[in-house]
Design a binder for this molecule. Structure first.
Ligand SMILES: [Zn+2]
Length: 248
């Protein structure tokens, strides 16, 4: 464990980033772009443009700002990128291909889920600390910012495929399966500023702890319970499922 509690804002935090999925998606997307196999649909373009706007948002100009203030500005930008990414991942409008990319971005930026601004309500979504990191550890601002140039370049290139007169072309995405031992939490917002959370339970045996067999094609998520029940009416959004799975 690499505890850095109380050192929020330090530039050399040892917190790791989960970038394996992102590296795979970078490679896949670059190949699809090079071969002309992915021309964004209008809904994908909307999501890509929204994330790109967050990626390229300038930091506030602060004359003589302390290092710590600058780091907090950087963290705030990374948090906005994460929140916009998760919003579009979960909104259900993007193609599975775009969802896979957004999911990989969200996983890499997960340390900013609660930093610098924690979720406003106690029952708001929480994903726990990044594996190997102490809860409350400072997010690795520099490592996160180091991802921005390549993300910006990739999202710009994707958006450029949406040229006038170009028909949308969305390549297929492979489904995947994972095992997960533990609980899935589903969050709802019954009223503005009010959050509620439920633990997913098997409709047959009531089991909540798995081990679950998770199957996902980025259209929907299917959960397999040890009792043999397989179901998809669990209400989980992609982020509620994906962001709690350990990196494979
Ligand atoms: Zn069951």
């Amino acid at each position: 464990m690499t505890g850095a509690h109380g050192e929020a804002g330090t530039a050399s935090s040892p917190l790791p980033l989960s970038t394996r999925a992102l590296a795979l998606e970078f490679g896949r997307t670059r190949r699809l772009l090079a071969s002309g196999e992915w021309h964004l649909s209008s809904t994908d373009a909307e999501a890509v443009a929204a994330v790109l706007a967050r990626l390229t948002a300038p930091l506030p100009a602060r004359r003589g700002a302390a290092e710590r203030t600058r780091a907090t500005d950087g963290d705030r930008r990374l948090q906005r990128i994460l929140r916009t990414t998760v919003h579009h991942l979960d909104a259900g409008a993007v193609s599975p291909t775009a969802a896979a990319l957004l999911a990989a971005v969200a996983r890499a930026l997960l340390p900013w889920h609660a930093a610098p601004n924690p979720p406003v309500a106690a029952a708001a979504p929480r994903y726990g600390p990044v594996p190997g990191a102490a809860e409350g550890a400072a997010p690795p601002t520099e490592a996160g910012e180091a991802l921005l140039p390549e993300l910006t370049s990739l999202f710009s290139a994707l958006l450029a495929t949406r040229a006038p007169g170009t028909a949308p072309l969305t390549p297929p995405v492979e489904s995947w399966q994972a095992r997960y031992t533990g609980r899935f939490r589903h969050y709802t917002r019954p009223a503005s500023g009010v959050w509620a959370a439920d633990t997913v339970a098997c409709p047959e045996c009531g089991g909540k702890d798995g081990p679950w067999t998770v199957t996902c094609d980025w259209r929907r998520v299917t959960l397999g319970c040890p009792c043999g029940t397989v179901y998809h009416r669990h209400g989980l959004s992609f982020s509620e499922m994906w962001l709690v799975l350990p990196e494979s």
